[in-house]
Ligand binder design. Structure first.
Ligand code: SF4
Length: 374
């Protein structure tokens, strides 16, 4: 398949890994931001192709994983109401709140539905005027334009039985939080290519300068990631720190003006609580006052505090790249995709799910670059 096969080529990957080894003279720690990149790294063994001096650590780029438990508890409370149709992407169904998940609410009679786009929830609201339809808007800047479009559509059609629980988060403030942490080990970043297709990468340029840290906008295929690592290591070895665009086939420096306009029309930047990283200023998107009528928290009441998470779940450390999933004592024992203790074990972008799926198999039965492109 064009734009896929050529980025999974085993020989090309080996050549790229050799070039990385040639330019590497010292140990470097690089964080990939996005959970999609984490899955590609773990699935195809990209990390195992690299010289020992390079350590990859996994970042907080799984929006489902960083959604705070308080908000998940609120989602569960709303979803259990008899007058509500609660809509969510499939990833959220198994994410544990303090005491249950959306699947349990559904099993107990709640009307919980999986949608593939926020506009599907608006259509449901049109079809069910007797119900309150609530959409759980979880995601980075990548999905915010589609959420904004749903709000604008509901507003245009004067739909009054539609609202959303907004949990959108923005990447650059999370990078600042990681770089400012006392124990920070990260020396370079692979930024999430899909976020940058929307937002461009001008926001990252002052960060690369201020923190003297290379940031490489990177795609999601194994060769994209290897190329991003090469560009990052080259900068580190040469003492440079700037933003480079590895994912030029999809990303422009200024991003998509139309998508940014949609976001700006509907949302304003707000503080946001991140699971694992805590409160981060200016890191969330909230509905502007003129669209506040679509805010589920105003309609159904604010999220309560007092949420609880299992003490043995170290997802906060995993999401900051401080620990790897296998270092969690519950990994694969008390925490599995069937019985998850934390969101990273169930989300399709969660690091724990990636390690559970791909690193527990014997090496010969794992997916490899060669099998993908024989
Ligand atoms: S393996 Fe499970 S319990 Fe451990 S950090 Fe991951 S989600 Fe939490």
């Amino acid at each position: 398949m064009k734009f896929v096969d050529e980025y999974r080529d085993k020989d090309a990957a080996a050549r790229m890994a050799a070039v990385i080894a040639q330019v590497t003279t010292r140990p470097w720690t690089i964080m990939e931001i996005c959970g999609g990149q984490t899955h590609a790294i773990v699935k195809y063994g990209v990390d195992q192709l690299l010289p020992d001096a390079i350590t990859l650590v996994h970042g907080p780029g799984c929006p489902v994983c960083v959604t705070p438990v308080e908000l998940i508890d609120k989602a569960l409370e709303i979803a259990a109401l008899p007058e509500v149709i609660f809509c969510s992407f499939g990833d959220m169904l198994r994410v544990p709140g303090s005491h249950r998940d959306l699947l349990t609410v559904k099993a107990n009679g709640g009307d919980v539905r999986i949608v593939y786009a926020p506009l599907d929830a608006v259509k449901l609201a049109q079809r069910h005027p007797e119900k309150q339809v609530v959409f759980f808007a979880v995601g980075f800047e990548t999905t915010a334009p589609a959420t904004a479009l749903a709000v604008l559509q509901a507003s245009r059609l004067n739909i009054t039985n539609f609202s959303m629980l907004v949990a959108h988060v923005c990447v650059p403030p999370a990078i600042v939080t990681i770089l400012s942490a006392q124990h920070n080990q990260v020396q370079g970043f692979l930024a999430a290519g899909h976020v940058c297709t929307v937002m461009g990468y001008t926001e990252y340029e002052p960060l690369a300068q201020r923190y003297r840290t290379p940031i490489i906008v990177t795609g999601f295929e194994p060769l994209d990631i290897l190329h991003g690592i090469y560009l990052c290591v080259k900068q580190l070895e040469e003492g440079r720190a700037s933003v480079e665009n590895q994912y030029a086939r999809a990303v422009r420096r200024e991003g998509s003006g139309e998508a940014q306009q949609l976001i700006t029309e509907v949302f304003e930047v707000t503080p946001r609580q991140w699971r694992g990283l805590g409160a981060i200023a200016d890191s969330g998107l909230g509905l502007r006052e003129r669209y506040a009528g679509f805010d589920a928290l105003r309609r159904f009441g604010a999220a309560a505090s007092g949420a609880t998470t299992p003490t043995e779940c170290i997802s906060g450390l995993v999401l900051q790249g401080i620990k790897k999933p296998q270092e969690c004592p519950a990994f694969g024992k008390r925490c599995t995709p069937e019985q998850p203790l934390g969101a990273p074990m169930v989300s399709s972008e969660g690091a724990c799910a990636a390690y559970y799926r791909y690193r527990r198999q014997p090496p010969h039965s794992r997916p490899t670059l060669q099998e993908t492109n024989p």
